[in-house]
Design a protein around this ligand. Structure first.
Ligand code: C5P
Length: 401
């Protein structure tokens, strides 16, 4: 996915401190953030703090020769896919509604041809004032979008009412809705990937050779189609794909908890190579070689994440997909797995070759009433094709079985 860029204009209000949190929430979703601060905003948070979070300097001046020569207000206004104004003060709203452009923030708002999302924050009397009502109506008519304000406690002692800035997560979600497009927009996907690691003692563990590549590629492909993706990953050396929320875990039990926390989801794709067994006990100190000969490790069964999600009474994803690594009778074994685990589809691959850790995969997509054999292709292409099949299935009223 090409990285989406948002320009965040921070206005001068006490809610400005929440905009620092907003920067983090946007970056977590793979959005590149550039920041403009008004003079008033700098009374509440510093450009240094915002700059540290975005990883570049913050823009503050319309008439600063260096800033204007380097980037300039016209480029700031255009080199993004969305402008977010948070907090949008009564003053900034008034300026934007009337086309004033006497500082960097207002000049950018006048110069832009990109969508603008405002998160108003002000005292309830200011929000209710006839002038603000007029400006709000004008801005809505001009096509600007709004999130909040919310009802609640004000910074001023004892005051309550409409005027609190929306929470960073709400602003992020409103921004994502404007930034993201594709057939899976608004759909939530849960992916498991990588191996799990089950400790024997503080230094030794049981694990497997899963690289996580196929699961990561599926997470990326679903995000490309606009899905809100949570990737629950065991230890891998891979970077989190752009625009995907990764939750890192080690053990099967941690993976199951993280998956359940990520529900509800429209689709779950279990690609992780979960260790079937774990040591019954994890020694708290390193097992010593000289103690009493060779230790024996007794194993116990790990939870089956795919089966648990498939059979969930509450919050079962509409479409649950498992993977099956087989060395013989691929289709037959995959069909048996659908029945046993209760999932909807199985993506089966023949692992008699070099699939584990390799960059290519030859798979069959097996559903209750269909079998498709896909040609050998790059794991990224398998992921893309699977994501398209998922989008088709979720578009249909009832998922194709
Ligand atoms: O039973 P088997 O390991 O062959 O099944 C593979 C499928 O089940 C994969 O989708 C894998 O992610 C999932 N699985 C799981 N939890 C387990 C074992 C397997 O989610 N404990």
């Amino acid at each position: 996915m090409s990285q989406k860029r948002a320009l965040l204009i921070i206005g001068g209000g006490i809610a400005a401190y929440k905009s620092l949190e907003l920067i983090r929430r946007l970056k977590e979703r793979g959005i590149a953030v550039r920041v403009v601060m008004t003079q008033a905003a700098q009374q509440f948070v510093t450009p240094l703090a915002a700059g540290a979070l975005v990883g570049e300097r913050v823009f503050t001046d319309l008439f600063d020769q260096v800033q204007e020569f380097d980037v300039g207000h016209i480029r700031l206004a255009r080199e993004c896919e969305l402008i977010i104004v948070a907090p949008a003060t009564a003053d900034l709203m008034a300026k934007a509604a009337n086309g004033l452009a006497n500082d960097l923030a207002s000049a950018v708002l006048l110069a832009t041809d990109k969508p603008v999302l405002m998160a108003p924050a002000m005292n309830p009397h200011m929000w209710a004032h006839a002038a603000t009502r007029r400006n709000f109506a004008r801005l809505q008519a001009d096509g600007l979008r709004f999130v909040g304000p919310n009802e609640g406690e004000m910074a001023e002692k004892g005051e309550r009412g409409l005027g609190r800035m929306a929470e960073p997560e709400e602003i992020r979600d409103a921004a994502l809705a404007l930034l993201v497009d594709g057939p899976l927009k608004g759909k939530r996907a849960l992916i498991t990937a990588g191996p799990t690691l089950e400790s024997i003692d503080p230094v030794r563990f049981i694990s497997n050779r899963s690289s996580g590549k196929q699961g990561y590629a599926i997470a990326a492909a679903l995000a490309d189609l606009g899905a809100d993706v949570t990737l629950v990953s065991g230890p891998t050396g891979l970077p989190a794909p752009q625009g995907v929320t990764r939750v890192s875990v080690e053990t099967a039990r941690e993976m199951l908890i993280a998956c359940e926390d990520a529900l509800p989801a429209d689709v779950a794709v279990c690609v992780a190579a979960v260790a079937d067994w774990r040591p019954e006990r994890t020694a708290s100190a390193k097992l010593k070689k000289d103690k009493s000969g060779i230790p024996s490790i007794s194993l116990t069964e790990n939870p089956d994440i795919l089966a648990t999600l498939s059979k969930a009474k509450k919050k079962r994803p509409r479409l649950v997909i498992g993977f099956a690594a087989e060395t013989d009778h691929v289709e037959e074994h995959a069909r048996a797995k659908i029945a046993k685990k209760g999932c909807d589809w199985i993506v089966a691959n023949d692992v008699s070759g070099d699939v584990m850790g390799g960059d290519e995969n030859a798979v069959m997509l097996i559903a209750k009433n269909r079998t498709e054999t896909w040609p050998r292709m790059a794991k990224g292409s398998v992921a893309k094709k699977l994501a398209e099949e998922i989008a088709k299935a979720l578009e249909a009223k009832a998922p194709r079985k």
